[in-house]
Ligand binder design. Structure first.
Ligand SMILES: Cc1cc2nc3c(=O)[nH]c(=O)nc-3n(C[C@H](O)[C@H](O)[C@H](O)COP(=O)(O)OP(=O)(O)OC[C@H]3O[C@@H](n4cnc5c(N)ncnc54)[C@H](O)[C@@H]3O)c2cc1C
Length: 462
């Protein structure tokens, strides 16, 4: 089979989008191409600041263990640098007061850690590291408006400088183009314009909406040795509330609710909405804390998977990654991790000496890197009331799996035999099949549901 991706001998690769997925793809492509150009619509700030092209950056972002390990592999020493910037490391379930499906989690010893901290800070760190490579060039303040080439092969991108009346287009010729322009990608239009077919979009939308605000804790917040709070929404109780430290004396508070009952973005409404949570613990914390910024809202949270792997007239030399390939309901905290796992999959596929890395094969590897996260996100969201989209339909096997996983979840709150593999699967460090290991199956099927705290465990040992 021909090397239709052209990477053996790829001189120039263009990446559309200079956020996490684009930067990490550029990092890997620099190992294979003579040069890589990252085209980014925003003018990127010098420092770790929020920017318009990543509006979700104002909301809670946690880096789960699977993503953290992948980032360390792509950018050695990354976690140490992140910690050096003050990003808190939070152990689960030890460090959080967590409520899910009517149970408080026992604060057992941590078996998984995540990093919190501001999302712009994490992206800034990745950006510094990736752009330090002289083979990677950033062209910011520049929007990609289309592709060049034919339905058989992409030969570059059409770009336009933003602002300053920059209406003139120019072409950046490339042997390989990677779309990392996020969940609102225009790739379907770009492909149609060169006579190719857009991929089928699988969707599953619960209508989940976020409202987030930064607070400063004062002595008036309830005393606890936990680092944060996490009220997990579910089919019976649709409201979510999370409080995590940002590492600079501030905490981010994110409230969530479903379509028709979204959390408000006005100041009074935000704190009032927190009272709908099944326990006043988040409300009580808010009453003792001082706001340190405005309330921000976010509504586009559907799971969307673009099936480039399915047959269709698609050009060689065009790939999609990150949210542009597969975007998740953010409540599961997976997107950044999948961007990093995708970059590792890209590296493996391009370096594979046994198989020719065709466009289709490499795209398939990118999709596979998002499969577990999709199964978790779509699997849970199918059960949410009012979920819409073609991926919301249940299959007959879902009932059996759902029954088993409900037993696993009930026991995860207080039993380490189940809780440890449960957290490992959710944080993308172990496959979902680890939930079917004999010890887990025995505990899920034959052990009683362990006793868990009756009140929020504000102190270790409660
Ligand atoms: C509310 C919310 C909360 C989230 N919380 C978490 C979390 O806790 N943990 C986690 O791991 N993930 C989380 N995510 C997901 C995470 O934000 C993304 O998965 C992650 O940012 C990787 O996205 P990306 O790089 O693919 O796209 P994005 O970060 O969306 O970036 C796309 C980039 O492409 C640029 N762009 C767009 N169009 C063009 C164009 N035509 N030309 C040039 N540039 C263009 C944009 O300016 C932007 O820089 C959350 C998402 C949301 C919405």
């Amino acid at each position: 089979m021909a090397d239709d991706l052209g990477h053996r001998g790829t001189r120039h690769a263009v990446v559309i989008g200079g956020s996490l997925a684009g930067l990490l793809a550029a990092r890997v492509l620099a190992e294979h191409a003579e040069r890589v150009t990252v085209v980014e619509r925003d003018r990127l700030p010098e420092g770790p600041d929020a920017r318009p092209g990543v509006p979700q950056g104002r909301h809670l972002h946690v880096l789960i263990a699977g993503g953290q390990q992948a980032l360390d592999e792509l950018l050695p020493g990354f976690t140490d640098e992140l910690r050096g910037l003050g990003a808190p490391r939070v152990g689960m379930p030890t460090d959080m007061v967590q409520w899910q499906s009517g149970q408080w989690f026992t604060r057992l010893p941590a078996s998984a850690h995540f990093y919190s901290g501001p999302r712009p800070q994490l992206e800034w760190l990745v950006r510094q590291r990736v752009l330090a490579d002289p083979r990677v060039e950033l062209v910011d303040g520049t929007e990609t408006v289309g592709l060049t080439g034919t339905a058989a092969r992409v030969t570059g991108v059409r770009v336009r400088e933003r602002g300053a009346g920059g209406r003139e287009e120019r072409v950046l010729a490339a042997d390989l183009v990677v779309d990392a322009s996020g969940r609102s990608t225009k790739a379907a239009d770009w492909l149609a314009a060169i006579g190719a077919e857009a991929p089928h979009e699988e969707t599953l939308d619960t209508g989940l909406a976020y409202s987030s605000r930064v607070y400063r804790a004062t002595d008036a917040v309830p005393a606890t040795d936990a680092l944060g709070y996490y009220v997990v929404p579910g089919p019976q109780q649709p409201y979510g509330g999370v409080i995590v430290p940002l590492g600079d004396g501030h905490h981010i508070v994110t409230l969530s609710g479903l379509r028709g009952d979204e959390p408000p973005t006005d100041e009074g409404g935000f704190e009032e909405y927190a009272k709908r949570l099944p326990h006043p613990v988040v409300s009580e914390w808010l009453a003792g804390a001082e706001p340190a910024g405005p309330v921000h809202g976010f509504r586009r949270t559907a799971n969307i998977r673009r099936r480039y792997d399915r047959p269709g007239r698609r050009p060689a030399g065009f790939l999609a990654t990150g949210d542009a390939l597969c975007a998740f309901n953010p409540i599961y905290g997976q997107g950044m991790a999948v961007a990093a796992l995708g970059a590792l999959a890209l590296r493996r596929a391009l370096s594979d000496t046994r198989r020719v890395p065709t466009t289709r094969r490499v795209q398939r590897a990118l999709l596979d890197a998002s499969a577990q996260a999709w199964d978790i996100s779509a699997g849970a969201d199918k059960k949410m009331p009012g979920a819409t989209g073609d991926a919301a339909r249940s299959k007959p096997a879902d009932r059996v799996t759902g029954w088993y996983l409900a037993r696993v979840q009930e026991r995860a709150a207080g039993d380490a035999v189940v809780g440890v593999p449960f957290r490992a699967a959710l944080t993308l460090t172990a496959p979902l099949t680890s939930l079917f290991a004999p010890a887990v199956v025995r505990a899920a099927l034959f052990s009683p549901v362990p006793a868990t705290p009756v009140e929020p465990p504000l102190r270790l040992g409660d």
